[in-house]
Design a protein around this ligand. Sequence first.
Ligand SMILES: [Zn+2]
Length: 255
Amino acid sequence: MKPIDYNKYRATKNIITPVRFLIFHYTAGNFSSSINTLTGPNVSVHYLVPDITDPSYLKAGYTRQEVFNLVDETKRAWHAGVSAWGNRSNLNDTSISVEIVNLATFSQGVFNFPPYQPEQIAAVEELALDILERYPDISPTQVLGHSDIAVGRKSDPGPKFPWHALYLKGVGAWFDEVTRDTYLQQYNESGIPARSDLLKLFKTYGYDVSGASTEQGFAHLVRAFQLHFRPETYNGMMDAQTAANLAALVHKYFP
Ligand SMILES: [Zn+2]
């Protein structure tokens, strides 16, 4: 792992132990612009995972997949902003953060989410497993995306992030398909749970439901969940499959 001391002078506050969260982001910019942003006055991150196909990365003189440690793990990085999960808010104080170079865009109301590179994901997996081994208080359901903890405000790391593949390697949470299929059959036959029951499930799992009392707020919540746990369709519309995935997750992790 490549150490860089670009930014350590700015990370002055200590992280609060035990560290409870591992948070993934995409940069929405190339390596060069990401380094500028992440070593500037407003945001920072513990780890940056570049993309070896990014011309600005190659131009900077790198030829292999590296992982850059920008902020020491004992210090707080400024990556999450206004954020909440479970009974905690402002997660910067208790989270390790990973930014992954990816040129996702948002233009005229439309998101474009390009795929991640396999070498990048292999590096993310190795890094995450190492972090999780050292911080046993980060439970699977506390391995999250920025979109999970900043509902309606953020979309990263986006639907192309391979949450399920990482789960299979031991990183993060996923539902058991048999359980999901049982719920799915039930919901297909008798309808999905009432809004109030769905909100209870979201809240039990950890999502901040405080903004979900309006139709738009509820759609934002559903979309945040779908970006992580039902990435084929993330239109923010509740349906039987989304509800079944959610119920199966709660069944597994919060029985
Ligand atoms: Zn982010």
